[in-house]
Design a binder for this molecule. Structure first.
Ligand SMILES: [Zn+2]
Length: 413
């Protein structure tokens, strides 16, 4: 039994569905807050006097107290979009890009994702695991307690399976909760160059059934973008995934408006991610389809592109979540705190809306809205103590880690 005292507690409240529109900015807070943990789960949370009332006699003998000294407590971050499973980041290419080369031309030159694919295919499972684990543990230190990790750097049956086994192992052997996503349709692999249709068939008919049979993925994702996978390709793959029992999500309208958001709405997928170029019609289709918008401000920042229109999305009634998109090329930053700062400072979201975006709505994007993402009785005590008085410290001191303490299921990690 652990009792956190003298905390300024801020949390979204779960109403049974993703927080959209004005609800995205509705946050509960207690200035003189306390939180009681029993067996790794939250037993009580609220004003200290009320929480003390929930302490039984047996609790009083066993209780360990943590004095937060007036610091802020929030739920652990849920990062709903990462590509953490790779060996080495492409630092040199990043420098070339900031000096003017664009992503699709780097791709055509065999650089970009193909370089990462080659190294992932060539690496041993053990080396890939060690690199992925280290990156995941860094995210944990920065406050992420639940993380989605995609495959998509293998692009062949064997190496996608290898990535997914590594991702599952990170979930078993680190404190993080991990949600695995199959992203075999991240790019067309070199051996299928010019034969995207054939690769799509291979993914739909061979890769998806095998991954589903082995139970290695909760979701299937597609990089739906002009010049990569078209809307019909994306639909073919996602319908095959749904048929195999996987949840669906997609990378949509990142570089160009290509119909990805509209498709997401039509298929009623869990989330459509990026959306830098999404139109109002696409966003409305998403809202109608109950799709969560997962925005990736760090990628826009590192690619020096205009941010997704987060303010317009919230005003349209779309539930917005925020993720890091940590990957080997464009944005190799696993800090949800930094994404939080960008959302507030650059995307026009309020601190309260952003807090919901990095916790509860992110949890909903992963199908975990009833499990994690807020501080409420019965949920695992996944929480952060910040070096400040409110979650606004994440924006005020963006770029510095203000996460003093990380607790996963009530245990300090
Ligand atoms: Zn991505």
């Amino acid at each position: 039994v652990t009792l956190f005292r003298r905390a300024r507690i801020y949390t979204p409240l779960d109403t049974g569905r993703p927080a959209a529109g004005p609800a995205q900015g509705r946050i509960e807070s207690w200035d003189g807050g306390a939180l009681l943990v029993r067996d790794g789960r939250i037993a009580a949370v609220g004003e200290e006097s009320e929480v003390l009332g929930a302490l039984g006699a047996a609790d009083r003998r066993a209780v360990q107290e943590v004095d937060c000294g007036g610091r802020c407590m929030i739920p652990g971050f849920v990062d709903p979009h990462t590509h953490l499973c790779f060996v080495v980041p492409r630092e040199r290419e990043f420098l070339a890009r900031i000096e003017g080369a664009d992503y699709l031309s780097i791709l055509r030159d065999g650089g970009g994702i193909h370089a990462t694919v080659e190294s992932v295919r060539a690496s041993t499972e053990e080396d890939l695991y060690a690199a992925t684990r280290d990156r995941a543990l860094s995210a944990l230190r920065l406050g992420t307690t639940t993380v989605e990790i995609k495959s998509g750097y293998g692009l062949s049956l064997d190496s996608e399976l290898k990535q997914l086994r590594v991702i599952a192992r990170v979930g078993r052997e680190t404190p993080l909760s991990v949600v695995p996503t199959l992203l075999a349709a991240h790019a067309v692999p070199a051996e299928y160059s010019g034969r995207a249709d054939a690769y799509v068939e291979h993914v739909a008919a061979v890769v998806i059934p095998r991954v589903a049979e082995e139970g290695l993925a909760a979701y299937c994702d597609v990089f739906c973008e002009r010049g990569v996978f078209s809307v019909p390709h994306t639909e073919r793959i996602l319908l095959a995934a749904r048929n195999a029992g996987l949840g669906c999500r997609l990378h949509a309208d990142e570089l160009d408006e290509g119909g990805g958001a509209a498709l997401a709405g039509r298929l009623r997928v869990a989330s459509a991610d990026h959306l830098l170029a999404a139109t109002d019609a696409g966003l409305r289709a998403m809202a109608d389809g109950g799709v969560i918008a997962v925005l990736l401000p760090i990628t826009a920042f590192t690619l020096r592109r205009p941010y997704a229109r987060a303010r317009a999305m919230v005003d349209l009634g779309l539930p917005v979540a925020i993720a890091t998109d940590c990957n080997a090329g464009s944005a190799c930053v696993e800090s949800m705190g930094f994404a939080f700062g960008l959302a507030v400072l650059q995307m026009g979201l309020s601190v309260a809306e952003t807090l919901t975006a990095v916790t509860l709505n992110a949890a909903y994007a992963l199908g975990l809205g009833d499990t994690v993402g807020c501080l409420a009785p019965g949920r695992p005590a996944d929480l952060l103590v910040l070096h400040g008085e409110s979650p606004g410290i994440l924006a005020f001191r963006a770029g510095v880690s203000v996460v003093d303490e990380v607790y996963k299921a009530g245990v300090r990690v």
